[in-house]
Design a protein around this ligand. Sequence first.
Ligand code: UT7
Length: 330
Amino acid sequence: MRGIKIIGTGMYMPDTVASNDWFSTILDTNDEWIYSRTGIRERRISETEPNWSMSSKAAKAAVENSGIDPSEIDLVLAATCSPDYFYPAMSCIVQQQVGAVNAAAFDINSACTGFINALDTASRFLQDDDYRNILIVAGERLAPHCDYTDRTASILFGDGAAAAVVTKNSKPMYSYLSAKGDYFNALYCKVDQSRANCPLLKPDSLPEGIINTEAKTHFMQMNGKAVYKFAVDAMETAVNKVLAKAGLTTADIDLYIPHQANSRIIESAVKNLKLPPEKVYVNVEKHGNTSSACIPTCLAELGDKIKEGMRICLVGFGAGLTSGAIVFTQ
Ligand code: UT7
């Protein structure tokens, strides 16, 4: 039986605050539109700090909070869709920065579902005697990939990182993971190969359904309406599936932590699932959507409020289109 226990959390947010009012100085938008459609008031932007640095700071805070020595970490998993390098994996840089000298390391990219997939992966490694403590860090620097002339998408996203150290637990954990690659072009960011210099290369073909002009194809492309519709259905399905696996009902859960993309998406899913809103943690107002970092940021903010024996449900969705939910008892 799989089980995980969170023994430490940490987070790091860059200093620069990009408020809705700031967006209204660069785009035809305003605080009223953004807040009423998304629940977001502000998000952080990393002006100069790379993702690996933010992620390492969050990871160090989580390890410190756990009380273990970095040498006791057996695996570092980094969830990110905005790494600074193609390689090495960001987890290797975090491993070095944290001093997790005995750890293996690899990255997981399932965009906003990244922390869910990483936690699920961690729980499977923890079934092996060789793995006792796993550091999961989720960090994103999305600002370089967003198009700040696109008022629909750029207002949603923020930068930041958060991490958790997990260990074995005899209390069971359940997961449900899903991917719908048919919808990959609803949300994507193409690798910019425009500076390649192999004389044989020609511009490669673009995914169908592309939204922006060719000149901007290196920016995130998002069909907001399609993602919105998917998100509400996916959150509901994932929660129902994972609860069915666990033999639990929605009332058996003490705390729900959804991916923080848009408060209206969360409210719709909460309404459809008939969840008590007071059991659902929401912080989208101050951070916006930090992709994979959303869920661990909530965990870090909750800190000591996450008590032993609490039954927690994490649910997320993102590019892919991917989705998933985890139920565990702390
Ligand atoms: O982790 C996954 C990441 N992605 C998401 O979660 C995206 C999910 N989708 C959404 O959250 C919503 O679809 C958006 C917030 C992106 C858009 O909200 P919406 O209610 O679906 O707006 P819309 O796209 O239907 O646009 C309605 C109107 C349009 O104007 P017209 O054509 O009706 O004149 C837009 O041009 O609102 C306009 N609009 C804006 N107006 C002011 C779009 N963005 C803005 C803006 N400020 N920032």
